[in-house]
Design a binder for this molecule. Structure first.
Ligand SMILES: C[S@@+](CC[C@H](N)C(=O)[O-])C[C@H]1O[C@@H](n2cnc3c(N)ncnc32)[C@H](O)[C@@H]1O
Length: 330
């Protein structure tokens, strides 16, 4: 009989993936990694956290199993990834995005219902919990802190003077653009409660003088005019086809003649065969937004052509993150 173990191992790994995720979530939530920059016994970690000694030993062993923590002579210590990305204050910190992923747990537990009905998990008029909103917005910053440099490396932004960052979140992309280009100014458009977080981030970067903030709803409110660059980063995946067409038209209207629109998202291959991460992200959007999806470059090109933009170009910055760059006729 054929050896089925490679298949059963893979199936078991997929099915038990939630255990690995919970090990990461619990450790991140309690900030376990801050205790493991130097070697510590399970007993010492349990005392520091006021946790049960046996449960703590099991969690630390679980962290060894998933490859985040190393163990030698009975003591645990962060591996390279945990030390660089899971200790608060480090430049590569990813803890906010881990918490944001954890906040998606309840929604994902209802995936079957969402697939059967084609609807997202109903929010029942609930506003997002302020701590969850903060995890989301600072989580965006965790990711953007790394990928903003990829965008700057992929597209020449010298010569642009005023960027409109639509749904700019924490402002991490605009902050990076302004640091790289001293003559550039930015206007960040986002929901009022998010603009409050963006103001903090911009102030911490020392760039308040070069920023304007426009609190509003991109489905309803005006963006202003005269920008020579508009950034739509990780916005289109949370909207359906119709609202995206309308949004792209608003971006066109906001741009000065000759201006550039950059749409950055998890664009999928034309046959929707990959990247795998982006195919799974479409399900994340189904659960959490109902109308959202991941799109192909051809779909995005159709929206920009309809809005009046010229021929665009596709730029890949990582396997999953792609840019669609288009110009408004001069
Ligand atoms: C996935 S985040 C992307 C943030 C940022 N552009 C980035 O790439 O890091 C989506 C952003 O859109 C904002 N947003 C969602 N709905 C909005 C609306 N109706 N009007 C304005 N902004 C909105 C969210 O608050 C959030 O900051």
């Amino acid at each position: 009989m054929q050896d089925l173990r490679p298949f059963t191992n893979r199936i078991s790994q997929i099915g038990a993936g939630f255990r690995d995720a919970q090990i990461l979530f619990v450790a991140t939530e309690a900030d376990v990694f801050s205790h493991l920059e130097a070697p510590r016994t399970a007993g010492a970690v349990a005392r520091a956290l006021a946790w049960d000694a046996r449960g703590t030993r099991m969690l630390l062993d679980g962290l060894v199993a998933v490859g985040l923590v190393e163990k030698a002579d009975g003591a645990y210590r962060n591996g390279e990834a945990a030390s660089a990305c899971l200790v608060p204050g480090k430049p590569g910190y990813q803890g906010d995005i881990v918490r944001h992923t954890q906040n998606g747990w309840d929604g994902w537990s209802r995936l079957g219902e969402c697939v059967r009905t084609g609807q997202g998990v109903p929010r029942d008029g609930r506003r997002r919990d302020p701590q969850e909103l903060r995890n989301f917005i600072l989580g965006m910053s965790n990711i953007a802190a790394l990928s903003a440099q990829d965008v700057l490396g992929a597209v020449d932004l010298s010569g642009f003077t005023h960027v409109l960052d639509v749904g700019g979140g924490p402002g991490t992309y605009s902050i990076a653009f302004l640091r790289a280009h001293p003559a550039m100014r930015a206007t960040l458009f986002d929901l009022p409660e998010v603009v409050d977080i963006a103001r903090e981030q911009v102030a911490a970067a020392g760039l308040t003088e070069r920023f304007r903030f426009r609190p509003g709803d991109y489905g309803k409110d005006d963006f202003g005019q005269g920008y020579d660059l508009v950034l739509l980063s990780n916005i289109i995946h949370s909207l359906g086809d119709g609202p995206n067409r309308a949004l792209v038209k608003k971006c066109h209207a906001a741009l000065a003649p000759g201006g550039t629109l950059i749409i950055k998202d998890f664009l999928v291959d034309e046959g929707r065969t990959g990247p795998g991460w982006s195919l799974i992200f479409a399900l994340h959007m189904l659960v959490h937004t109902g109308q959202g999806d991941t799109y192909t470059a051809t779909e995005v090109e159709d929206w920009t052509r309809e809005a009046g933009f010229g021929k665009g170009r596709l730029v890949s910055i990582t396997p999953q993150t792609r840019l669609w760059v288009v110009e408004k006729e001069g």
